[in-house]
Design a protein around this ligand. Structure first.
Ligand code: C5P
Length: 285
């Protein structure tokens, strides 16, 4: 038996624009995404000689073929025509679920990378990301990691200059948002403000985190904030204690702030922790 280890990094949407609904029911989007050091840990035992098993430290997470990590293992092994002779996936969960942080996708992507390494890296990282699109829309980016422009349904990736050095504070409130419902809702909304992805790219190229912060924009943020005013409370704490920019990530409900250093991050965490136990400090990775 062999055991594989792989980190699974959460993602943030620095920008997120929804361009329109497609014939397959999904939406074309354009988003600058960033992986952060908030992570799950994946361990995979190969050749267990037993039926497949998935275990997760968070009991609310499904532990069967509905789990994206399980799906990713199946998609990879089917594509490579390999039989692992039994497999056990263990997930140490730290990324909050239903947060817009891509937790399930990150786990799936880590499984793809781990199995590909085990097989001697027959697939390039971009080919692996392409395979990830069969598992979920955020899986291709979570396979690549770093900073990237993400388009199409989530499968078209273009690497961007790395995010300049900064610190993120991520806060997950208690409520959750249904991603399909939100995508449906945006079809009947006039989007008042869209991100300037060209300005975001220039800010990244210049390594200017202040300009990155200025250009944060997620078209889902106003829709969710309008219904859940507590997001404004969290943002007001971010604003009062030195954040240079802040917004919701993905379809929510987590919100994040960009701050200059750990001292600012620690103060914000202290201010939020009593009401929001799920508050994290992270770096870009
Ligand atoms: O692909 P994934 O399972 O992550 O998507 C979850 C849901 O989000 C989809 O069922 C769809 O309703 C919505 N979605 C979309 N367009 C995208 C990504 C997700 O409509 N590009």
């Amino acid at each position: 038996m062999t055991t594989l280890y792989e980190p699974a990094y959460a993602k943030l949407n620095l920008t997120l624009d929804v361009l329109g609904k497609r014939e397959d029911g999904y939406h074309d989007l354009k988003s600058v995404m960033q992986t952060i050091s908030l992570r799950d840990d994946i361990e995979i035992d190969i050749e267990t000689g037993k039926p497949w098993v998935l275990r997760c430290t968070n009991e609310a997470v499904p532990t069967d073929e509905r789990n994206l990590a399980w799906k990713a293992a199946k998609v990879y092994l089917d594509a490579m025509n390999k039989d692992p002779n039994g497999l056990e996936i263990r997930i140490t969960k730290r990324i909050p679920s239903e947060a817009g942080l891509g937790g399930g996708s990150a786990d799936a992507a880590a499984v793809l990378r781990a199995l590909n390494k085990y097989c001697g890296n027959p697939l390039s990282i971009l080919a692996l990301a392409e395979l990830g699109a069969q598992v979920g829309s955020d899986v291709p980016f979570c396979t690549l990691c770093g900073t990237a422009m993400v388009e199409g349904r989530g499968e078209r990736l273009r690497k961007l200059p790395n995010m300049p050095d900064c610190v993120f504070v991520v806060c997950k409130p208690d409520f959750s948002v249904s991603t399909p419902v939100l995508y449906n809702e945006i079809d009947s909304c006039a989007i008042a403000k869209r991100p300037d992805n060209t300005a975001m790219e220039s800010a990244l190229l210049a390594g200017d985190f202040g300009k990155v912060a200025e250009n944060l924009l997620n078209v889902f943020d106003p829709i969710v904030t309008q219904k859940h005013l507590e997001l404004n409370y969290i943002k007001s704490i971010f604003n009062s204690y030195g954040a240079v920019g802040y917004q919701m990530t993905g379809s929510g409900s987590a919100v994040f702030a960009i701050v200059p250093d750990f001292e600012f991050a620690a103060v914000i965490c202290n201010m939020l922790r009593d009401n929001y136990p799920q508050v994290f400090i992270a770096k870009p990775v």
